[in-house]
Design a protein around this ligand. Structure first.
Ligand code: HEM
Ligand code: HEM
Length: 182
């Protein structure tokens, strides 16, 4: 049983593990695309990007199952009902867009392009749809724009977490940090 105001141990492991994979995949995706000649001449970064990011599709199943059976700790009373609602909607968006929609859009893009995805470099993900070159540009635009939108979402998420800790001086960030009575 987690201490009051604290996320459970598995929720923390899933949050920080997936955050690390997500942030690394985001940076690698940008370097792979925009510094192709310098760092991605043989698609090695594209392979790494897809191998890492595709694991999120499996981890998210465990995370949602855990979250549904283990509610998040209550937010501090110092937050107005509107701020609490904002936090709820923000987290819902992170789940739906950053952790589900974005990997799905990458899977869709690789499927229409007829390119393999090796999950954690271990096994191939089956195609989501049949290959169709006429959808390539659309799929690429969806993944790229969603990725940049998510960069902004995550940036906001991190700033809000830091504001809780350093400005409001409440327990919100501490409740997600390791080693606090879980
Ligand atoms: C199944 C999962 C995913 C697949 C198959 C996939 C696939 C791809 C591919 C093929 C590229 C182009 C790389 C290149 O041109 O060499 C790309 C770019 C990119 N991906 Fe993903 N992706 C996935 C998940 C993600 C996730 C979870 C993120 C965010 C963490 C992400 C962020 C990006 C970014 C930022 C770019 C560069 C966009 C640009 O500025 O052009 N992708 N992805
Ligand atoms: C340095 C980076 C990060 C920090 C400091 C951080 C901090 C936090 C904190 C303090 C909470 C719980 C408190 C709250 O806001 O209610 C939280 C929840 C959450 N974070 Fe992060 N986070 C980071 C990165 C990420 C990333 C990269 C993602 C996803 C791609 C993410 C997704 C989420 C989600 C979905 C929740 C809601 C958890 C739930 O209640 O089910 N976070 N984060």
């Amino acid at each position: 049983m987690a201490k009051e105001g604290n996320y459970t141990g598995p929720a923390k492991w899933l949050h920080w593990g997936m955050a690390l994979i997500w942030l690394a995949a985001w940076v690698i995706g940008i370097v792979a695309t925009h510094w192709r000649d310098e760092f991605n001449a043989h698609h090695e970064l594209t392979f790494l990007h897809k191998a890492m990011a595709s694991t999120l599709l499996f981890l998210i199943v465990a995370r949602i199952a855990w979250r549904l059976s283990h509610p998040a700790p209550a937010l501090p009373d110092s937050m107005s009902p509107m701020m609490k609602r904002g936090a709820y909607v923000g987290h819902l968006l992170l789940y739906a867009v950053a952790l589900i929609g974005l990997p799905l859009s990458g899977w869709y893009w690789s499927s229409v392009a007829d390119k393999p995805i090796m999950v954690a470099a271990l096994f191939a993900l089956p195609p989501l749809v049949d290959p169709d070159q006429s959808l390539y540009d659309l799929a690429k635009a969806i993944h790229t724009y969603t990725a940049w939108l998510c960069g902004a979402l995550i940036g906001g998420h991190v700033l809000v977490a830091l504001k809780h800790h350093f400005v409001e001086k409440d327990e919100v960030l501490k409740g997600m940090l390791p080693g606090r009575g879980n």
